[in-house]
Design a protein around this ligand. Structure first.
Ligand SMILES: [Mn+2]
Length: 245
């Protein structure tokens, strides 16, 4: 599904297609092991799901280039064995299946460059594709206003939206599309299957880009198994929710 034309990006499930590149964000490889270390027992299940989903996205989009927009791995500081193995294996997977591979630094990526170097890859602060600047979104670069771009594409936020079904509230991953200063702003969902993310209607924003704007006017595009649902603006969803509660 295409956003409003001005964003020059197409949603292909949990990836964005910009020109002939796929963009994915916030994989947080090694998340399970980090939860285990905190006493939360969860099996390690993400890696095969990530590969399977990415294969399907690549097949549907026919893109041979990819940008990983930050937080490839989860743990801060010391790299755990699971992260090392999975991250290395993932980079080798990308090399076997994509021509150009761009890695962007997220706030969890202190050690990613050492793993990337083993696969002869670099980690960048940001990356420009046509009129879109891709950056993680955990900080606003001081030279951002010099960027010759129309669109900013960020991750970091892991947006999702809570949907009530009977007694339960199910979260669905979503994209947000709005404006930050003179730019169009797209916020991507996480490519991570441990959590759906943080509920945009319930939780405070994390990214300084979202803290700086009125989010109420942002458009919400939820994604579930390759289907995209246009939910309208945050303020309209909030209004409906209020009427129902
Ligand atoms: Mn992040």
């Amino acid at each position: 599904m295409e956003f409003n034309k001005k964003y020059s990006a197409t949603i292909v499930d949990l990836a964005l297609k910009v020109e002939d590149y796929l963009i994915i964000s916030d994989l947080h490889l090694g998340y399970e092991q980090s939860l285990n270390a905190d006493g939360i027992m969860i099996p390690r299940f993400q890696y095969p799901l990530i590969i399977k989903r990415l294969e399907e996205i690549q097949r549907k989009s026919s893109c041979n280039n990819i940008v990983v927009n930050g937080d490839l791995k989860h743990e801060f500081g010391q790299i755990s064995r699971q992260e090392w193995n999975e991250t290395q294996e993932f980079l080798e997977y990308l090399k076997a299946n994509f021509d150009d591979i761009v890695l962007i630094k997220g706030n969890h990526d202190n050690f990613t460059k050492f793993i990337a170097e083993k696969s002869n890859l670099q980690v960048e602060e940001c990356y420009q594709l046509g009129d879109s600047l891709i950056l993680h979104g955990d900080k606003i670069q001081s030279n951002l206003d010099k960027a010759d771009a129309e669109n900013l594409i960020i991750g970091h936020e892991h947006p999702s939206i809570g949907i009530r079904s009977g007694e339960r509230v199910e979260k669905i991953k979503c994209y947000l599309a709005g404006e930050y200063m003179k730019w169009n702003l797209i916020v991507m969902p996480s490519f991570n299957f441990v959590t759906e993310g943080s509920d945009i209607l319930q939780e405070r924003p994390l990214s300084p880009f979202l803290k700086a704007i009125n989010r109420e006017d942002m458009g919400v595009y939820a994604v579930e198994n390759f289907e995209v649902f246009d939910f309208g603006k945050i303020k309209d969803i909030s209004a409906v929710r209020e009427r129902l509660l």
